[in-house]
Design a protein around this ligand. Structure first.
Ligand code: ZN
Length: 74
């Protein structure tokens, strides 16, 4: 996912992958990256890991990051 330029921006970025339904296999596995303006960065790869990651990591980090908990922050 590092070659995917939008993932260099802050936020949650998900690459949904590509599944070949005739071959019953992933041609490109799903991947995700969460990057905060504070420098926090985490990645996940694979169907299960991306699902768990997107459901928990961004919200958990936002709840504790001073860039999101400071007055006036989004
Ligand atoms: Zn942060």
């Amino acid at each position: 996912m590092s070659a995917w330029r939008p993932a260099e921006l802050a936020g949650l970025h998900v690459e949904f992958g590509l599944y070949d339904s005739e071959a019953f296999r992933w041609v490109r596995t799903p991947a995700a990256v969460f990057r905060c303006v504070c420098g926090f960065r985490r990645t996940a790869e694979g169907v299960r890991d991306v699902a768990l990651f997107t459901a928990s990591v961004p919200d958990r980090h936002r709840a504790s990051c001073r860039h999101h908990t400071a007055r006036g922050a989004a």
